[in-house]
Design a protein around this ligand. Structure first.
Ligand code: DX5
Ligand code: ZN
Length: 232
């Protein structure tokens, strides 16, 4: 299991301190939401900010590009210190070359899918990605309500992974809190992006520990497959 605090929910006036807080919490990844004001109706920050934060922590930098033209951003984010770069499947025929380019830059590859997009659209790429990011809110803003209708997509991706022996991780992103994280874990998620829930706590480390405990408990309560019928 990986916990990935989303910097979008940090206090921007004290970003360095916020990164330090996340880093000391024991969370493995720092999720960096990049918004261009076009793919989504909001603007966050760019490669310059990522570059400035890179020396402050050893956390894995998980860059989520919610951008219409990721082609022009891959190299800048790779050189700024991204460990993984995620692009959206909604970009259609541009997805394959984008995956190839991220790989050629020596970075892990992520593919994200928005709530209204059918899960079948990611199927052709699953043997080529390290991470499938299932958006559990409509992208653009932190602090939104979790959309429960996205959970069957997590289940479907987990089923494909099991059946075909793929080894991508499944990330959930948006509205992940102490309750919804458990449901995501039961559906098959392994990476939990959480902004508001984690950065909103005074004790970040305790919040990460609590999230981890909840996910672990949810996983061990996975439904046990029904025993085979005698003679069946
Ligand atoms: C939404 C972003 C998310 C967001 C999650 O567009 O991709 O990463 O920061 O934030 P919370 O946990 O506040 O929903
Ligand atoms: Zn994100």
């Amino acid at each position: 299991m990986i916990i990935a605090p989303s910097l979008l929910a940090a206090k921007y006036a004290g970003l360095a301190g916020e990164v330090a807080r996340a880093s000391r919490s024991g969370a493995e990844w720092l999720h960096l939401d990049i918004m261009d004001g076009h793919f989504v109706p909001n603007i966050s920050f760019g490669p310059g900010v990522v570059r400035a934060l890179r020396p402050l922590t050893k956390m894995f930098f998980d860059v989520h590009l919610m951008c219409s033209k990721p082609e022009i951003l891959l190299e800048p984010f790779a050189s700024a210190g991204a460990d993984q770069i995620t692009v959206h499947v909604e970009l259609g025929e541009r997805v394959s070359p984008l995956i190839w380019k991220i790989r050629s830059l020596g970075r892990k590859v992520g593919l994200a899918i928005n709530p209204p997009t059918a899960i079948s659209t990611v199927r052709p790429y699953l043997d080529k990605v390290d991470n499938l990011l299932v958006m559990t809110v409509n992208p653009g803003f932190g602090g939104q309500e979790f959309i429960y209708e996205t959970l069957p997509k997590v289940q479907q991706a987990a089923a494909w992974r099991r059946e075909r022996g793929f080894d991508f991780r499944i990330t959930v992103d948006g509205g992940v809190n102490f309750k919804t994280a458990a449901e995501c874990a039961r559906a098959g998620a392994d990476v939990f992006v959480s902004g508001t829930t984690l950065f909103g706590q005074r004790n970040f480390k305790a919040a990460v520990q609590k999230l981890r405990k909840i996910v672990t408990a949810a996983r061990t309560r996975q439904p046990v497959p029904a025993p085979a019928l005698a003679g069946a």
